[in-house]
Design a protein around this ligand. Sequence first.
Ligand SMILES: Cc1cc2nc3c(=O)[nH]c(=O)nc-3n(C[C@H](O)[C@H](O)[C@H](O)COP(=O)(O)OP(=O)(O)OC[C@H]3O[C@@H](n4cnc5c(N)ncnc54)[C@H](O)[C@@H]3O)c2cc1C
Length: 404
Amino acid sequence: MQNIVIMGGGVIGLSCAFELRKRGHSVTLLEIGQCGGQASGAAAGMLAPYSENLEEPDEFFHLCVDSLRLYPAWQAEIRHVSGQDFEYTNSGSLYAVYHEADILALEGRLLWQRAFGSSGSIVEGEELRRIEPGISSEVKAALHTPEESHIYAPHYVQALEQACRNTGVRIIENLESVSIVDWHRVQPGGAQAALQQHGQGMGQEPQRDQAQTPSREIAVRSKDGREFRAERLVVCSGAWAQELSGTIALPLPIYPIRGQICAYHNAEHTVRGMVFNNQGYVVAKDNGTVVCGASEDVAGFDTSVTEKGIDRLRKWNKRLFPSLEREIPFHRWAGLRPSTQDGRPLLGALEASEQIVFAAGHYRNGILLSPVTAKIVADVIDGLELPSYYPAFAPERFSHMVLR
Ligand SMILES: Cc1cc2nc3c(=O)[nH]c(=O)nc-3n(C[C@H](O)[C@H](O)[C@H](O)COP(=O)(O)OP(=O)(O)OC[C@H]3O[C@@H](n4cnc5c(N)ncnc54)[C@H](O)[C@@H]3O)c2cc1C
């Protein structure tokens, strides 16, 4: 059993906390705002590795498919432990194309995706319209993938938080800031050297007597001066994880990419399931709404919703479902996807210090990737065998970049 501090209470931090607690570790989760208050609560909730990976079965695709496979058991456990539902819906998906020439590309995708668990097929004409009667007559064909599912993300995050609380994870919210103040770095020769950084910008002394704590522990401090010590720190601070770059002397190219998204009432049952095209997606939720997303804006940490952004979504939506043109979105919101330089998350312990384990930068797929991330993080901490693709997500892979 290890003492573990988790930095960040989005879907990734909560999933890691739940899995680690389940395996018997003592877990404290620290959140500067509120759990689920950032990207995770804003997500559309699609569990769609086949529709999100169009090119080739690379390591990222394997990670995504492994997570989709874990979902049925994972979501059942979260529902059971939390006592809360979050509309896990095995709807399948359609990926729509508008030109005959694009059908060839769909066939190519289908070929390799079948080798990795998809029972997909290309649907056209009557069959396509039987699945989605309201789809535009402009749509020539679609790749139907029965394995893809979706959940209602805000409720999923709430259920995860409840499941964590029910199993004894200590959750502390509204901390405003949390930073690493003491950690141990393995020097190239193998020796351990203590690297101390004392509360820069905090203006307060730690409340705990450091002489009482074993030197192998890592320490983080919150704005109110509280200090939390643990054997491991799991960094799950999403788009904010880049802030640690200076502290650990490692380039962490994680950037916020704003996603604007909106919802319509689906009173006429216009949309039945989950439909993508090359510009966006629409998903029918059990609560009688259709969620339509999402823009990809470079806007720093700004989560405002713009007329231009929503107008663009409305243009895409009507190319999929013309009757949506008559509808006005009743809800518009935005979140900050944690994007990395290569689009893949940072997963695993630092070479320079096993104390620090990264689980950040899940970009467009953090909801999908939550079970597999929790499993990998817990396996790293428990010293268990890791999947062969694990090295592709090493947090050090950007170390050649210049540290700013
Ligand atoms: C519009 C939109 C639609 C999306 N749709 C989907 C989808 O359909 N399917 C899918 O799989 N994914 C989707 N995503 C992506 C998904 O939401 C993200 O990948 C996922 O939420 C990332 O989770 P996270 O926990 O890493 O980040 P976050 O949810 O952003 O959580 C990070 C948390 O860390 C906290 N924090 C920051 N710094 C610190 C610190 N120093 N100490 C403590 N806490 C800190 C923050 O306050 C925040 O709560 C979507 C995203 C958006 C924006």
